[in-house]
Design a protein around this ligand. Structure first.
Ligand SMILES: CC(C)(COP(=O)(O)OP(=O)(O)OC[C@H]1O[C@@H](n2cnc3c(N)ncnc32)[C@H](O)[C@@H]1OP(=O)(O)O)[C@@H](O)C(=O)NCCC(=O)NCCS
Length: 167
């Protein structure tokens, strides 16, 4: 468990099966800028049991222990870690994602070799971009046609924060 000031990050376990089943099958959870994902309980269970080298998956938990979303940190080349996140629709706009990103950035820069943390957002995803800006990520690149969602190609804005800027 990674303890933050406002939220904690609990590594995924089989205990999270119902939460993930409930929310992954709700298209609003992925939102309009992320590919929708649907999975049966059995598929999710199998996936939860798989080893995922270089990937850290967490449930974003309130201090009362309520699951309000998820965050992933994936190792890339050159001491870079890419993060992604989702918050359940009823828990949005309460600062949970910002708190979770701050917590993981703090953890990754203090406990791993990460020199750079990146995130990619659809340029129209104002909430996601606002989260990154609040944690002082800066935009480094713009990718045209970065991801295909429901047959439509969407652009991507890449943001990053460097360890030297964080400390
Ligand atoms: C992006 C997401 C994770 C943000 O989670 P959250 O817990 O609501 O984020 P926070 O509450 O920490 O911050 C959201 C900020 O965006 C702002 N915001 C939300 N919707 C907005 C909009 N349409 N336009 C402008 N700002 C917006 C909020 O006001 C808040 O900023 P503030 O604190 O300055 O008021 C959530 O919206 C989500 O899960 N979306 C669907 C999945 C997704 O898009 N994931 C990211 C992929 S890159």
């Amino acid at each position: 468990m990674i303890t933050g000031e406002r939220v904690d990050l609990k590594p995924f376990s089989l205990d999270d099966l119902e939460f993930l089943y409930r929310w992954n099958n709700d298209p609003d959870y992925a939102g309009e800028y992320e590919p929708p994902e649907q999975a049966t309980r059995e598929e999710l269970e199998e996936w939860l049991l798989e080893k995922k080298p270089g990937q850290r998956w967490y449930i974003i938990q309130t201090k009362q222990g309520l699951g309000v979303g998820q965050l992933v940190a994936k190792e890339k080349e050159d001491n870079t870690i890419q993060i992604g996140y989702r918050v359940t629709p009823p828990a949005r706009n309460k600062g949970h994602c910002t708190a979770a990103v701050r917590t993981v950035v703090n953890y990754l820069f203090s406990e791993t070799d990460a020199e750079r943390i990146t995130a990619e957002a659809n340029p129209r995803n104002a909430a996601s971009i606002r989260v990154l800006e609040k944690v002082e990520f800066t935009q480094t690149c713009y990718k045209e046609k970065a991801v295909e969602i429901n047959g439509v190609w969407m652009d991507g804005a890449v943001y990053e924060i460097k360890k030297s800027d964080w400390l």
